[in-house]
Design a protein around this ligand. Structure first.
Ligand code: S3P
Length: 189
């Protein structure tokens, strides 16, 4: 059994797409928190915001983070705002490795504007200044990550390879990496 791999990062950085690929490579189950919340509530994230407001969505998000953090061997894509709640970070970190995906604001802008209307915290057509402002405000929250990987300028395969290498260097999966072996050749407990 291994810790969960938890993707965090701003909207449009590719948490779901990359998370799914990493899960495939590691042969783990992939869970997208927003999709789980949608299934549970029978409505989209945008509808939850519209009908019940952000506070209700954040509460659903917190319940889901706590539920998933109790499991192991998952690859989880969080929503861009999941780490704004300290309790979410604490529970997800307790049993998981947090991987933050970063991207240039212009990349994020192009990606979020491709899916207009699906992200209630952004305007229908987000300007670069809107994105930069929110990115700056959120940066201190994303700093809780164990691993940070920039996706801009890299192919999907390159990103996945970098993440898997960084995980290996941290001893993931346990018992299957160079760093898990003692450098001196001495005994481990
Ligand atoms: C949010 C990001 C969204 C979704 C919700 C709120 C945020 O997920 O959870 O709209 O606060 O950044 P993505 O990061 O997958 O877009």
């Amino acid at each position: 059994m291994a810790k969960n791999i938890v993707f965090i990062g701003f909207m449009g950085t590719g948490k779901s797409t990359i998370g799914m690929r990493v899960a495939e490579r590691l042969k783990k189950t992939f869970i997208d928190m927003d999709r789980e919340i949608e299934t549970l509530n029978g409505m989209s994230v945008a509808e939850i915001f519209r009908h019940y407001g952000e506070i209700r969505f954040r509460s659903e998000e917190n319940l889901m983070a706590r539920k998933l953090a109790r499991q192991k061997d998952l690859v989880i894509a969080t929503g861009g705002g999941t780490v704004l709640n300290r309790e979410n970070v604490a529970v997800l970190k307790e049993n998981g490795i947090l991987v933050c995906l970063d991207a240039d604001p212009s990349d994020i802008q192009a990606r979020v504007n491709r899916k207009k209307g699906s992200r209630p915290l952004l305007k229908k057509e987000s300007s670069l200044a809107d994105i930069e402002e929110l990115l700056q405000a959120r940066e201190p929250f994303y700093a809780c990550a164990d691993i940070r990987v920039t996706t801009t300028g890299k192919s999907m395969n390159e990103i996945v390879d970098v993440i898997i290498d960084r995980l290996k260097a941290m001893g993931y999966p346990p018992g299957n990496s160079a760093s898990a072996r003692p450098a001196s050749g001495g005994m481990t407990e």
